[in-house]
Design a protein around this ligand. Structure first.
Ligand SMILES: C[S@@+](CC[C@H](N)C(=O)[O-])C[C@H]1O[C@@H](n2cnc3c(N)ncnc32)[C@H](O)[C@@H]1O
Length: 287
């Protein structure tokens, strides 16, 4: 009895492409994840046989992808600010626009003089920890505090901090400001930043694309999409050092409404900023 040869990596890629209609680039990402070979390795080792266990794991991932599951969840990784973050359905997949929030935050903090005090940053709703950990690693003399209401998200964020070697970040479970106000000694930050859930309840996008698979807690505030900005504008002054700032990311059509929420004392300057695509995306407010 002759044993049938196992299909090769390349033949599996081609066959799966025909069967699923998935783009070759996506299939290669999944195959890279399964085999551990990088993109070049997939080409140079394309005529190697794919072991049975890897074949069935690959087929299973391709079927899930065909169903719409985000690639990042399938390979449990998303690059953010040039670092690989572990992600799974417990956390939002960090978006490229949010890297620009990190840029703006670093720019503001660089110009900050805190007279021998360590510069402190708070990230509200940290999810995977993308913002907090990137800030902590880019500027190791920062003291970063990151919060989330979700214990699951905090587990992922702590895991990422450990894996990426961010020692200057601590995580606190808190419903918005509830666990931060009335602390002794009082908490005080130079910058409060946040990419909160801002999609309005019932928005059609919640039932489309990647968003179907992401935690609803990370996407919508269950109301008009502005609840987190209202709370942040109201509570941040209590937690800010003199000259401190608040930097928030928001939806493409929310800049006017978010700016209006910060247009009150003690904020002295409120600025709307676009993302690289030119879409109004961030509001920065100073006290
Ligand atoms: C849009 S995600 C942002 C995640 C991450 N900062 C990023 O930019 O990729 C919003 C995060 O806010 C968290 N969140 C939702 N409600 C919250 C609340 N009441 N208090 C604190 N965090 C909350 C969610 O669990 C989620 O991780």
């Amino acid at each position: 009895m002759s044993i049938l040869p196992q299909p090769t990596i390349e033949s599996v890629l081609q066959q799966t492409r025909k069967e699923t209609g998935l783009p070759p680039s996506e299939l290669r990402v999944l195959m890279t994840h399964i085999t551990g070979f990088d993109r070049v390795g997939l080409v140079t080792k394309g005529n190697r046989e794919l072991p049975m266990d890897q074949l069935s794991a690959f087929k299973s991932l391709a079927a899930k992808r065909q169903h719409g599951e985000p690639i990042a969840y399938l390979v449990q990784q998303k690059e953010f600010y040039s670092r690989p973050f572990f992600v799974d359905p417990r956390v939002l997949i960090p978006r490229p626009e949010t890297e620009e929030l990190v840029e703006h935050a670093l720019g503001f903090l660089q110009n900050k003089s805190t007279e021998n005090l360590l510069t402190r940053v708070l990230d509200i709703g940290c999810g995977s920890g993308a913002i907090a950990i990137s800030l902590a690693l880019e500027n190791p003399i920062l003291e970063v505090t990151a919060t989330d209401i979700s214990a699951d998200a905090l587990w992922v964020a702590q895991h990422n901090a450990n894996e990426l070697g961010a020692k200057n970040v601590r995580f606190i479970q808190s419903d918005l400001f509830a666990g931060l106000l009335n602390q002794t000694p009082a908490l005080a930050f130079d910058l409060i930043c946040s990419n909160p859930p801002y999609i309005e309840q019932g928005d059609i996008h919640l039932s489309q694309g990647d968003l179907r698979f992401e935690p609803s807690l990370a996407l919508t505030d269950g109301g008009d999409g502005l609840r987190f900005y209202r709370e942040t504008a109201r509570n941040s002054p209590t937690l800010l050092r003199p000259g401190g700032g608040v930097l928030v990311e928001h939806g493409h059509d929310q800049q006017g409404a978010v700016k209006a929420l910060f247009a009150m004392p003690p904020y002295v300057h409120v600025q709307g900023l676009p993302d690289l695509a030119g879409t109004p995306r961030f509001v920065f407010a100073h006290i």
